[in-house]
Ligand binder design. Sequence first.
Ligand code: GDP
Ligand code: MN
Length: 404
Amino acid sequence: MKLHEHQAKALFRSFDIPVPEGRLVKTGEDALKAAHELKGPPWVVKAQVHAGGRGKGGGVRVVQSPEEAAEAAESILGRPLVTPQTGPEGKPVRRVLVEEGVEIEQELYLAMVVDRESAAPVMIFSREGGMEIEEVAAGTPERVLKQVVLPETGWMPFCGRNLVYRLDPLPAPDTLKALTATMAGLYRAFVEMDCSLAEINPLVVTTTGRVLAVDAKVNIDDNALFRQKKLASMDDPSEKDPLERKAGQFNLNYIRLDGNIGAMVNGAGLAMATMDVIKMAGAEPANFLDVGGGASEEMITRGFEIILEDPKVKAILINIFGGILRCDVLARGVLAAAEKTAIRVPLIVRLEGTNVDEGRRILESSDLEFLVAKDISEAAAMVTRQVSPTQGPGPGNRPTDRRP
Ligand code: GDP
Ligand code: MN
């Protein structure tokens, strides 16, 4: 679950991470009022959407008067914000954050993540924070510093020292202290809020030597929401993809992707493997969908409807290894969905496991048109042929692979 910047900053404050004063507003008029109440110039007006790169897309404006703050707010609120992370259609902006602006001396990068390689929480720190951090990380990775934090010991003061004493030139002692204190606070925030990511970019050193989190990005591990009730209540469903939102209502693990092959699979591992196979066959998955081991007929129906609602989908691959989920339940769920929604794309089915004969019989005795694949690589090849009958790099499209 993602938090908005203004939510993350309010939480950061309670972990002693210094953040600018700000007000959340919905209109230009309220932005004007907010700017009058806050210290400035400058003031900063920031779009509140769940997407990064707002600065590059015109969603962050540094202004010199309250009137300009009002204008900036109105223009940001008036249209969808397009950033490198939103796609060309952009995201509607419902609220903007008006903040006291600061004079920036240096933009640093600071984040906590769970690092797979070291299997531990890792703090990431760079003196080259700001909007180009991705380019810095790609071109000069040695400028991105990492410090593993052992879960057994938690944050230790040396962790912070290891990072800040690699700054050259070394900041003033008070700034160093403020930096290590912010690092300790970020680690505490990360652990206590069950974050999968807590990022401050930029972490600013002002011209007066203050350290300030000018941006805040926090993702909460969904699996921890049951014990993070306060955070769960901060969820903003309007920011989610409508199909993902719908899937969430039915407890389906669905993530929308960019390709055109819809996939319905049981088990996260099999779902990932299926996506790999689709890619290896030269196509791209339109979604990740794990209907889960104990999926009911209703969940299958809903999952199938959600896949069909995505206009990008050109073929659907059902890959079920029936263990706890029985193949007959799957078949009935698919038929129930087919009755409600016209299926306008080819359907490829690979079924194995519990009650597989019954499942096949149900599908075969229906009016539904579908292709049966005997294994997963054949299924992927069939899918690719449906989408690009004459070309494509996948093995399924080479003439020698075609079956009579
Ligand atoms: P993002 O682009 O979505 O990550 O939004 P940020 O909150 O990081 O803002 C983008 C950029 O705006 C920052 O990297 C800063 O350069 C600039 N910015 C943000 N707040 C201030 C401020 O108070 N003063 C000044 N001068 N620049 C700011
Ligand atoms: Mn940022």
